[in-house]
Design a protein around this ligand. Structure first.
Ligand SMILES: Cc1cc2nc3c(=O)[nH]c(=O)nc-3n(C[C@H](O)[C@H](O)[C@H](O)COP(=O)(O)OP(=O)(O)OC[C@H]3O[C@@H](n4cnc5c(N)ncnc54)[C@H](O)[C@@H]3O)c2cc1C
Length: 464
């Protein structure tokens, strides 16, 4: 039996950040990981998907820049090399996580963790079993793809991990589920040359985002030849050696679409089963998620849960943020979570990013707000980049101009949203943003212009 102060289970962006923070705050920490360090995010999520998306962007820029005077007659994709590039990016990042844990004195234990009681964890790996006793546990075991009963995963019925590891660019790809993972991967393969069909059960794809924004993305998908079918329900799949035929229902009719692969992205299930959590009396919320308080503490006071296994959007930076709060709570600090300034980004073409309230949600919650937009098409840098689609929309409280939300659709949205997150976190007003001098010519000026437009609507005089 080995005694430890704090055990972290899972080394994704929640777990490894929590482990480092706990160690920096004076805890003796062991992190347990059954697969690769870095979790879903580094190995089969955020990073490899963004590597493929970046390759697609580079290809598109090379192929379609004739209006900028670049005439590329032969542009080919060597997908084996693309995969080597992507795997290299993952390897470097995983090595970086390992280095960070080491330099912060966190011990890494390889194996699968199972609870004996609230203070005892058994770790099983291929050749041994070891038992640890501890004062505190941070659970960060993440999530895995949900399977649809009539679409069991096979060689050609794939999940996001399968899609990231294909050895060829499919001629045809069907994506079931138009959430951000399905839309990003569908868009990436369309850019790389696949004929893509997205089948979505709801009224629209990317349902969590503002409708005005998703329209811009849908236009971008159409330009790539992606077919988006909404209000459709996937019924079944016939698989042969060379492909699949997917049956779905849409508008009261049964339809079929052929493809090389069908990618299922209908959500992710928390990894909270098969590790003794029910047996030790942890309280669950619905769908396998764990119940926690504002410090990410479960009903068992020495066990914390963070990331994809608790409520809220399944995002890497949310997991890391919660990891820091849990580590601080263990160290006796009074930190609590505040989710308002957590951004969400979808790396489509163009990108979507949102932080804080949308105008619709603010109004639905009874807030009196005003909103204003400014288009990228009126920004010099966007024109120079040949990236004029999209806009920045800001939402502010009517009484005093306090910024409560921002939505950006356009080139660079994923980077630009950080400024708006900072402004919300620091309780800044629209006036503060309008008065912040942004370098010219930059995409950031669109934000400043949107702030000016909103000041005008709010009838606030920035010179007073
Ligand atoms: C294709 C794809 C793209 C994505 N893109 C983005 C993006 O761009 N931005 C973003 O913010 N999010 C993105 N996400 C979501 C993001 O990856 C997750 O929200 C994030 O990884 C959750 O972090 P986590 O620490 O909760 O868990 P995970 O990253 O899932 O890590 C959990 C770890 O726990 C380990 N584990 C599980 N059970 C045990 C056990 N019993 N014993 C030991 N170890 C165990 C697992 O092996 C895993 O390594 C993407 C996800 C996917 C699938």
């Amino acid at each position: 039996m080995i005694e430890v102060e704090t055990i972290v289970i899972g080394s994704g962006p929640g777990g490894y950040v929590a482990a480092i923070k706990a160690s920096q705050l004076g805890q003796q920490v062991v992190i347990i990981e059954k697969e690769n360090l870095g979790g879903v995010c580094a190995n089969v999520g955020c990073i490899p998907s963004k590597a493929l998306i970046s390759v697609g962007h580079r290809l598109e820029q090379t192929k379609y820049s004739d209006d900028m005077g670049i005439l590329a007659s032969v542009v080919k994709v060597d997908f084996v090399k693309v995969q080597e590039y992507k795997n290299g990016v993952v390897k470097k990042l995983v090595g970086g996580v390992e280095g960070l844990l080491k330099s912060n004195n966190v011990d890494v234990v390889k194996g699968e963790a199972y609870f004996i009681d609230a203070n005892t964890v058994r770790v099983i790996n291929d050749d041994s079993t070891q038992t640890y006793t501890c004062k505190n546990v941070i659970l960060a075991t993440g999530s895995r793809p949900i399977e649809i009963p009539t679409f069991n995963f096979t060689k050609r019925v794939i999940n996001s991990t399968g899609a990231l590891n294909l050895t060829e660019v499919p001629n045809k790809l069907v994506v079931i589920g138009g959430g951000y993972i399905g839309t990003e991967l569908g868009s990436a393969y369309a850019t790389l040359g696949s004929e893509v069909t997205i089948i979505e059960g709801g009224k629209d794809i990317l349902s969590g985002f503002d409708k005005q924004m998703t329209q811009v993305v849908k236009k971008g998908l159409m330009k790539k030849g992606v077919a988006v079918v909404v209000d459709a329900s996937a019924k079944g799949v016939e698989e042969s050696e060379n492909g699949v035929i997917v049956t779905y229902e849409n508008g009261g009719e049964e339809k079929k679409v052929e493809a090389d692969y069908v990618l299922i992205t209908v959500g992710r299930r928390p990894n909270t089963d098969d590790m003794g959590l029910e047996e030790i009396g942890i309280e669950f919320a619905d769908r396998g998620l764990l119940k926690v308080d504002q410090q990410c503490r479960t009903n068992l006071p020495n066990i914390f849960a963070i990331g994809d296994i608790i409520a809220g959007p399944q995002l890497a930076h949310k997991a890391s943020y919660e990891g820091k709060v849990a580590a601080e709570a263990i160290a006796g600090k009074r930190s609590i979570v505040d989710y308002l300034a957590i951004p969400a980004v979808c790396f489509t073409d163009p990108e979507l990013a949102t932080v804080g309230y949308t105008e619709e949600r603010a109004k639905a919650e009874g807030m009196e707000v005003k909103a204003a937009k400014f288009p990228f098409s009126a920004n010099g840098r966007a024109l120079a980049l040949n990236a004029k689609e999209g806009f920045v929309k800001l939402v502010a409280r009517k009484e005093d101009g306090l910024l409560v939300g921002a939505q950006i659709v356009g080139s660079g949205a994923s980077e630009m949203i950080a400024e708006m997150g900072l402004a919300i976190e620091a309780s800044m007003t629209v006036e503060d943003i309008a008065l912040t001098i942004h370098a010219h010519p930059t995409l950031g000026e669109v934000t400043m212009e949107a702030a000016e437009a909103l000041l005008h609507k709010l009838k606030i005089d920035a010179t007073q």
